[in-house]
Design a protein around this ligand. Structure first.
Ligand code: ADP
Ligand code: MG
Length: 705
C-alpha cells in the first residue's frame, strides 16, 4: 500500500501533465488514489435488449446507432438533450436532463451502448438519462463505468486503472489471513471492483473494501479515545452525592427516569480517573439542559469549573438565565462569555475564570477560540452541537486539549450512525419526555388550504399564543438558503430524481416578501416579525427577544430558529415549501413548538406531488419519535441526507453505505476491538500495515479537519 501511495499517476503510460491535472481535479494523484476510484456502475453487455422488446419502467441496455445529432433545449432551469437511436429492430428517443455536455460526447452515426430506464412519454417510449459507452471492443465480463468529471473519459480511466491493477501485489493486504476469514484478499477485491466478470464478484470485492474502510474508521475512533484517556488523567470529580440529590429535589419537577439514568452515567464518568467523553442524545424538549446543569453543580462541589458552549448567543443567554435561577442560590458564580461581551465586562469574566472566582461560564464558540484561561477546569459541555464532527474531535484530541467532555445533541441519530459518528464516545439516550407534554399535532396540506390556515393562525393569536412560519429562502432575488439543487442528477436513483425534478418546479416562498405580504394584507392589526441568517447578529437577537417577550405574534423565519430557542408560548409552526426540508430537519424545527402545556400544531405546506415527498411528510404526521423519524429518513434518503449528519462530520466513505452495510460495520467493529485489545499501539509485526493505513487516515483527518 505504502508504495502505491508514492507512485504519482503521471508514471503511468498515456498520462501527461494535462491528464494528470484532470485526475487531480477529481482528487486522484497517486496510483493508490486511482485504485480507490471505483466504478459507479457496470454495464453487462451480455444482457442487451432489442429496441422492439423494451418495456416502459424497466432498466435496459441497448446497442444502437445514434441516428440524429443530439440537441440541447432549455426549459426553465433545465437543459434537456434530445437524440434518437436505432438498432435492427426499431428506433428509440433518448433524453438527458442537465447534461448539456452530451451534445459534445455523442456523434450521429456511431454505435453506442446505452443503459437507462425506459419511460412512456405520451405514446412514445424514451430512454431517460442513459449511461453511454462506445461499443468498441467489448470485454468478456462487465464493463466498469467510472464517475468521471474534470474532463476525464471512460477510456482514459479504463486504461489507467488497468495499469494500476498491474502494480497490485498480494503482499499489500493489510489484513493477515486469520482476520480476513472468508473475505477476498485485498488485491483480488480491488481487481473485482475494476474488472469483474460477474456481479457477485463485485459484491465480494465491495464487501472486503467496505470492511477495510469501516475498520480503519473504527480503529481511528478507538485510538482517539485511548489517546484522550492517556492525556487526561487526574480530574476526578467525586462530589457528595447527597448534595446533588438536594439540588435535584429543589427542582419544581422530578427528573424523568431517562434523565436520572443519564445523570448517574455522567456522575460515574466524572468519578472515574479517566476523562469523561459522553454524548447525550435526546429529542428536543427531553430535558437535557437540567442534566448538564447538575453535572456542572457536581463539578462545582469538588472545586472545578465548567464551561458550557451553546451554538448561538440567544441560547447562551437563555441558559445563563436558567442557570442563575437554579445554581446561584447554591453559591455558584455563573457568568456569560460571548462575542458581544466586551470591554470591562469581558475583562472581569476572563479574570474570574483565571482566578477561579467564576464557577460556571456559559458562552459561544468564543469560549474556545479565545485564549481563555481557567483556574480549575473540570468539565466542558457543548450543547446542540451540530458542527463538531469526528474530524474536529480527532484534531482536538491530537492537541491533547480535552478534559471531561459532555456533548449534548437534539439530533436523533440512528444507532448505526451513532457508532460511526461517536464510536469514540459513550452514549446516553434520553428517550423519554417529561410528563404532561402533548405531542405536537402535525398536518400536511397544500397551498389551497391557505385561507383556512390564516384563520387558524388568527385563532391561536387571539388565544394569546404565537406562531412561527418557516420559509425555505430569504429573498426572491437572493440565492436559496439551502442550496440543495446543485447535486448532479445522474447520481440519484430514479425515485429521488423524480422527487427533485418534481419539486424543483414549485415556486419558493421567500421570507422577506412573505412577511411583508402577511403584515400588510393579512394581519395588519398584528405584529409580524422577520428573522433570517443574513441579518446582523444584533438585529437577530432583537427580533428573537421581541418574540420571546410576546411583542411579535407571528414570526416569519428561515431555518435559523432551528437551534434550541425556547418560546413556550408559541403553539403553531407553519412550514412553507415543506418539500424542501429533510425529514429530521422538519422534526427539529417542529421541536420549537409544543414546549409549553398548551396543545401545539405543526402545519407542513407543500404542493409537491412527488411520491417520496408525500411519504416523508406522512412519516412526520404519523410520528413524533425523533429516533424513528431519523431511521425513516435514513431509509428514504440515505445517510448523506439525514439532517445534521454532514455537520456532524459524517465521514466521506468511498464505498460504505451506512444503511446497507450494517452487518459489515458490526464485523469491522468487532475486529477493531479485538485488535486494539491485543495490541493497542499496533506494534506487532502482523499489524504493521494496519498501523500505516490508520496513520494515513488520521493524518488526513487532522489536516483536512
Ligand atoms: P432540551 O432537551 O431540548 O434541551 P430543555 O432542557 O430545554 O430540553 O427542557 C425543556 C423544558 O422542559 C424546560 O422548560 C425544562 O425546564 C423542562 N423540563 C426538563 N425536565 C423536566 C422534567 N423532568 N419534568 C418537567 N419539566 C422538565
Ligand atoms: Mg437544549
Amino acid at each position: 500500500m505504502e508504495e502505491l501511495d508514492r507512485i504519482p499517476i503521471s508514471d503511468l503510460k498515456g498520462i501527461g501533465p494535462g491528464r494528470a491535472q484532470q485526475f487531480a481535479s477529481q482528487g486522484i494523484k497517486t496510483v493508490s488514489d486511482l485504485l480507490e476510484y471505483y466504478p459507479r456502475q457496470y454495464l453487462d453487455e451480455r444482457t442487451r435488449t432489442a429496441i422492439s422488446d423494451i418495456q416502459p419502467g424497466t432498466d435496459v441496455l441497448i446497442r444502437a446507432r445514434l441516428i440524429s445529432e443530439p440537441k440541447n433545449f432549455h426549459k426553465g432551469r433545465f437543459t434537456i438533450t434530445n437524440a434518437r437511436a436505432a438498432d435492427e429492430t426499431g428506433q428509440l428517443a433518448l433524453v438527458w436532463f442537465n447534461q448539456p455536455f452530451m451534445v459534445k460526447n455523442l456523434k450521429a452515426g456511431e454505435i453506442y451502448l446505452f443503459r437507462g430506464r425506459v419511460k412512456q412519454n405520451y405514446s412514445r417510449l424514451q430512454l431517460v438519462s442513459p449511461e453511454v459507452r462506445k461499443a468498441e471492443n467489448s470485454l468478456p465480463g462487465l464493463v466498469p463505468v467510472y464517475p468521471l468529471g474534470g474532463g476525464l473519459t471512460q477510456k482514459v480511466v479504463f486504461s489507467a486503472t488497468g495499469q494500476a491493477l498491474d502494480k497490485l501485489e498480494p503482499d499489500q493486504d493489510m489484513l493477515p489471513p486469520i482476520y480476513r476469514q472468508d473475505m477476498l484478499p485485498y488485491d483480488e477485491a480491488v481487481r473485482a471492483m475494476h474488472r469483474p466478470e460477474t456481479f457477485s464478484q463485485v459484491e465480494k470485492g465491495r464487501e472486503r473494501l467496505v470492511f477495510d474502510e469501516l475498520m480503519i474508521q473504527q480503529l481511528a475512533l478507538r485510538r482517539v479515545r485511548a489517546q484522550r484517556q492517556k492525556d487526561n488523567k487526574g480530574v476526578v470529580i467525586r462530589p457528595d452525592l447527597s448534595k446533588v440529590r438536594v439540588m435535584e429535589e429543589s427542582l419544581p419537577y422530578s427528573l424523568t427516569d431517562a434523565q436520572k439514568r443519564t445523570l448517574d452515567e455522567i456522575l460515574k464518568d466524572l468519578a472515574s480517573d479517566r476523562a469523561m467523553s459522553r454524548l447525550v442524545q435526546g429529542d428536543v424538549g427531553s430535558g437535557k439542559t437540567i442534566v448538564a446543569f447538575l453535572a456542572a453543580y457536581a463539578a462545582y462541589l469538588c472545586g472545578y469549573q465548567t464551561a458550557l458552549m451553546a451554538p448561538t448567543e440567544v441560547l447562551a443567554k437563555q441558559h445563563l438565565e436558567s442557570a442563575q435561577k437554579l445554581l446561584a442560590p447554591a453559591g455558584m458564580k455563573v457568568a456569560l462569555l460571548t462575542g458581544s461581551v466586551s470591554g470591562k465586562d469581558r475583562q472581569s469574566v476572563l479574570e474570574g475564570l483565571a482566578s477561579g472566582s467564576i464557577d460556571f461560564v456559559i458562552g459561544t464558540h468564543a469560549l474556545i477560540s479565545d485564549p481563555v484561561v481557567f483556574h480549575d477546569p473540570g468539565l466542558v459541555i457543548t450543547d446542540e452541537q451540530h458542527r463538531f464532527g469526528v474530524r474536529q474531535r480527532l484534531a482536538l484530541s491530537e492537541k491533547g486539549a480535552m478534559t471531561n467532555v459532555l456533548v449534548m445533541t437534539a439530533t436523533p441519530i440512528p444507532r448505526t450512525l451513532a457508532m460511526i459518528l461517536y464510536g469514540d464516545m459513550d452514549i446516553s439516550i434520553i428517550d423519554q419526555m417529561p410528563p404532561g407534554r402533548t405531542p405536537v399535532r402535525t398536518f400536511s396540506v397544500d397551498t389551497s388550504y391557505e385561507p383556512r390556515l390564516y384563520a387558524f393562525m388568527r385563532k391561536q393569536v387571539r388565544a394569546g399564543r404565537q406562531v412561527y412560519i418557516i420559509c425555505p429562502m430569504v429573498e426572491e432575488s437572493a440565492g436559496q438558503e439551502d442550496a440543495d439543487t446543485s447535486e448532479p442528477y445522474m447520481e440519484l436513483d430514479s425515485e429521488e430524481k423524480e422527487e427533485k425534478s418534481e419539486n424543483a418546479k414549485l415556486p419558493l416562498r421567500p421570507a422577506v416578501q412573505y412577511r411583508d405580504f402577511l403584515q400588510k394584507e393579512v394581519f395588519p392589526d398584528l405584529t409580524v416579525g422577520l428573522l433570517h441568517g443574513k441579518m446582523k447578529p444584533k438585529e437577530k437577537e432583537a427580533v428573537m427577544e421581541a418574540f420571546a417577550l410576546g411583542h411579535v405574534q407571528i414570526l416569519v423565519s428561515t431555518t435559523v430558529v432551528e437551534v434550541g430557542v425556547n418560546v413556550p408560548n408559541a403553539t403553531l409552526m407553519v412550514v412553507e415549501n415543506a418539500e424542501r426540508f429533510g425529514l429530521a430537519q422538519l422534526h427539529q424545527l417542529r421541536g420549537r413548538v409544543g414546549r409549553g402545556s398548551a396543545e401545539s400544531f405543526c402545519v407542513l405546506v407543500s404542493d409537491s406531488h412527488s411520491v417520496l415527498t408525500r411519504k416523508r411528510l406522512k412519516t412526520l404526521c404519523d410520528s413524533t419519535d425523533g429516533f424513528y423519524i431519523a431511521e425513516e429518513d435514513l431509509h428514504l434518503r440515505g445517510a448523506g441526507d439525514v439532517f445534521g449528519l454532514r455537520q456532524h462530520g459524517l465521514p466521506d466513505f468511498k464505498l460504505a453505505d451506512l444503511y446497507r452495510d450494517t452487518g459489515i460495520l458490526h464485523k469491522a467493529q468487532q475486529l477493531a476491538e479485538t485488535i486494539m485489545e491485543a495490541d493497542p499501539d499496533l506494534n506487532q509485526l502482523e499489524h504493521r500495515k494496519i498501523r500505516l493505513r490508520l496513520d494515513q487516515f488520521m493524518d488526513r483527518a487532522v489536516t483536512e479537519g
